[in-house]
Ligand binder design. Structure first.
Ligand SMILES: C[S@@+](CC[C@H](N)C(=O)[O-])C[C@H]1O[C@@H](n2cnc3c(N)ncnc32)[C@H](O)[C@@H]1O
Length: 233
C-alpha cells in the first residue's frame, strides 16, 4: 500500500456512513466499467453463481440489498426471480440498468414487513456497512422461514502464494485502475475496507446467529471472493 493510502484513516460510525454514501455517489457512473476491468469480467460470474446457489423456484421474490447499479437484480430477473433492489446511494440508483423496482433505503432499516421475501442477496457491501450485526438481524427479519440468502463479498485466498499475489494486485494495481478510470481515493479505500470484515469464523457465526443456522461458506476464483449461503430457520 502506498503512503497516501496508509495515511487515509478508515472512518467509523456516522462518518463511515457519510463517506461510503458520498464515495458511491461519486463512482456510480463508471462503477460497472471499473468492476469489469479490475475483475477481468469475473464479477459477472460471481453474481450468476450467487443467484443459482439460492436454488429458489421461479417467481420467488428476492430483495437485493445494497444493490448498487442493479447487477444482481439483472441476474435474478434472468433466473425468473422477482427482484427488488435497495440502496442508500442515489447516484448508484440513478446509474442502475435494471428494470427491477429500486428503493432508496438503508439496509439496516428496510421498508419491508417481517418474513415478506423468499430470499435476499447482497453483493460486495458487507464491509461498507456501519453495523453488520444489525444488517444480519434485518435479514433474519425480512426473509420467510425456508427462504434463502446469498451474501457475496471479497476475501483473501488461504494459499500463501495466491494471497500475496492477490494482495499486491488489490493494493497496487486496483487503485491505479480506479484512478485512471474513475476516482483514485475511492479505489484506494477499496483494498483498505477489507479490514472492516470480521474473521471468517466470526462472520459465519454471526450469519448463523441471525437465523440462518445451516450457513455455508464457499470461496470462488481461488479464494478472492466468498459466498455465504443460508436458509432461514
Ligand atoms: C461495492 S457496491 C456493490 C453494489 C452491488 N451490490 C454489486 O454487486 O455491484 C456497495 C453498495 O453498497 C451500498 N451501501 C453501503 N451502505 C449501505 C447501506 N447502509 N444501505 C444501503 N446500501 C448501502 C452502496 O451505496 C453501494 O451501492
Amino acid at each position: 500500500m502506498n503512503r497516501r493510502a496508509a495515511q487515509e484513516v478508515l472512518p467509523e460510525g456516522s462518518d463511515k456512513a457519510r463517506v461510503v454514501q458520498a464515495m458511491f455517489d461519486t463512482v456510480a457512473p463508471r462503477y460497472d466499467l471499473v468492476n469489469r476491468v479490475m475483475t477481468f469480467g469475473l464479477d459477472r460470474r460471481w453474481r450468476r453463481v450467487t443467484v443459482a446457489a439460492l436454488g429458489l423456484p421461479g417467481g420467488s421474490t428476492v430483495a437485493d440489498l445494497a444493490c448498487g447499479t442493479g447487477n444482481l437484480c439483472v441476474d435474478l430477473a434472468r433466473a425468473g426471480l422477482v427482484a427488488i433492489g435497495f440502496d442508500v446511494s442515489a447516484g448508484m440508483l440513478t446509474a442502475a440498468h435494471t428494470t427491477a423496482p429500486l428503493v432508496r433505503a438503508d439496509v439496516v432499516r428496510l421498508p419491508l414487513p417481517d418474513r415478506s421475501v423468499d430470499g435476499a442477496t447482497c453483493g460486495f457491501a458487507l464491509r461498507n456497512l456501519v453495523d453488520l450485526r444489525r444488517f444480519l438481524d434485518e435479514l433474519g427479519r425480512i426473509v420467510r422461514p425456508g427462504g434463502r440468502i446469498g451474501l457475496l463479498e471479497v476475501a483473501e485466498p488461504s494459499n500463501a502464494a495466491l494471497r500475496l499475489g492477490h494482495r499486491l494486485y488489490f493494493t497496487r494495481i486496483v487503485p491505479r485502475i480506479g484512478a485512471v478510470l474513475s476516482d483514485g481515493r475511492a479505489y484506494r479505500y477499496l483494498p483498505r475496507s477489507v479490514a472492516y470484515l470480521p474473521a471468517v469464523d466470526t462472520l459465519v457465526g454471526e450469519v448463523a446467529g441471525a437465523g440462518f443456522p445451516d450457513v455455508v461458506r464457499r470461496t470462488l476464483s481461488g479464494g478472492v471472493v466468498q459466498l455465504l449461503l443460508g436458509t432461514r430457520a
